[in-house]
Design a protein around this ligand. Structure first.
Ligand code: SF4
Ligand code: SF4
Length: 431
């Protein structure tokens, strides 16, 4: 870790730029095992070229230090999350009211982020969330990991998690360095590496709002999804700390969320680059709690997504406004420094995607909206249809998989709902 060493010498951090790119750790195979026993069951193809990811290469970090990404639109995109009025215009889905709803959704997230800004931390987005207390000095004895696993899953559900899974610490998904917004440079990675278990939770996002992507209106689903996630991971961590065990809550920071979620049995990887869960498809947010509480691990879950994306469906790629999603077979070739080196998978170009987001002043989720696995399972009729549809999509017979896709399009699932229609339904919903 060449750059890590210089970061730890305490000298003035060097600001990143095109002439001073983020450091590379080198090939992971020189540090640890590239393959993990769970990889085949997860559908992972980690190659000999694999390198761990440096957070400074993340597209949001580059939006701050990299002049090839940073622009006035990008700056306003960041500011618009906190300051009323930025980006609002007289266009359906982008009015003051649409942005107001979106920004209100983010409020729970902002409370955590604001807490540590003065210390140069962005808890939950760039830095793991600092625990509110030390673990209780009195440690509860755990006699059965089956019981403690059952209990922690119940606690997670009690506080609102839609899905919970548990897996082991996997160094490959941890970043090499972190990024500092204060100095626009790298800083040492700080999440502890001696917490052997990772509890992964998924929370579903509002189906109705997502139907209006692209729009700022739909952003309430993402903002509120994050806010619920922020609350949940800290709540579960607090429970564990009170039992006398260590617990570090994490949302978008520090580790790659999707591989951990797949290892924990929450779903599969889709062509759209998202976690695909059986119940909510890609319409989830992912949180993690790293802990030394003794727990059992879950097995990965396969329900036919890889085969369906591979052989039958291209809907997300066809619908992506800037054409950021691959139509092709999984590959390890990458086109941007914001992509991970050495994993053969469906690649999504974060530069094209982020440019589209900042051009419209809010994030996008069209690939989530159109995905046939995204259904409103809170309604009994749709739930029954979706469960039957999922069996069809998972068929070994190509004509049945093609029928599943045809049926979904024919029935109008995934079509955009105009933002004004969303508001109309919202006002008449009686909420
Ligand atoms: S979020 Fe939008 S721009 Fe990004 S990959 Fe999905 S559809 Fe494309
Ligand atoms: S839209 Fe189709 S191809 Fe894309 S992730 Fe969903 S199922 Fe896979």
């Amino acid at each position: 870790m060449g750059d890590e060493a210089s970061l730890e010498t305490g000298g003035a951090p060097e600001r990143l730029g095109p002439d001073r790119p983020p450091g590379r750790e080198g090939l992971y195979r020189d540090i640890g095992a590239v393959e993990h026993p769970k990889d085949a069951a997860c559908g992972f193809e980690v190659t000999a070229r694999f390198e761990r990811f440096n957070q400074a290469n993340d597209i949001y970090a580059r939006g701050q230090w990299d002049p090839r990404i940073r622009s006035e639109k990008v700056i306003n995109w960041f500011k618009g999350m906190f300051r009323p009025g930025i980006g609002a215009r007289d266009t359906s889905g982008y009015t003051i009211r649409d942005f107001a709803l979106r920004n209100a959704g983010w409020m729970g997230t902002n409370l955590t982020i604001q807490r540590s800004l003065a210390e140069g931390r962005v808890d939950g987005f760039l830095d793991h969330i600092q625990p509110y207390s030390e673990p209780s000095p009195v440690k509860v004895t755990i006699e059965s990991t089956a019981d403690s696993t059952e209990e922690i899953k119940r606690v997670a559900r009690l506080f609102g998690a839609d899905m919970v899974g548990i897996t082991g610490h996997d160094e490959r998904w941890h970043y090499t360095n972190s990024f500092s917004t204060r100095t626009l440079s790298e800083k040492p990675y700080a999440i502890p590496d001696d917490l052997p278990n990772v509890i992964v939770i998924a929370t579903s996002m509002h189906y109705d709002a997502i139907q209006s992507y692209p729009s700022a209106t739909a952003g309430v689903a993402v903002g509120h999804g994050y806010s619920r996630d922020f609350e949940l991971v800290q709540t579960i961590a607090t429970y564990i700390l009170n039992l006398g065990y260590r617990a570090v809550a994490s949302v978008n920071d520090s580790t790659q969320a999707i591989p951990y979620a797949i290892q924990a049995g929450l779903g599969e990887y889709g062509r759209n680059g998202l976690l695909m869960t059986p119940e909510f498809g890609p319409r989830v947010r992912i949180g993690r709690i790293h802990t030394d509480m003794p727990l059992d691990h879950d097995a990965p879950l396969r329900f036919g997504v890889k085969e369906f994306c591979d052989t039958t469906c291209r809907r997300c790629a066809e619908s992506c406004p800037p054409q950021a999603i691959s139509y092709d077979a999984p590959t390890e070739e990458i086109t941007s420094q914001s992509m991970t080196v050495g994993i053969r998978k469906w690649q999504v170009d974060p530069e094209k995607c982020f440019k589209f987001w900042t051009n419209q002043g809010t994030e996008c989720g069209v690939c989530m909206r159109v995905c046939p696995y995204n259904k409103d399972t809170s309604k009994a009729v749709t739930r029954r249809y979706y469960r039957a549809w999922r069996r069809l999509a998972a068929s070994r017979l190509q004509p049945l998989r093609s029928l599943a896709l045809w049926l979904d399009v024919r029935l109008g699932f995934g079509k955009r709902v105009k933002p004004e229609k969303y508001w109309e339904r919202f006002r008449s919903s009686g909420r």
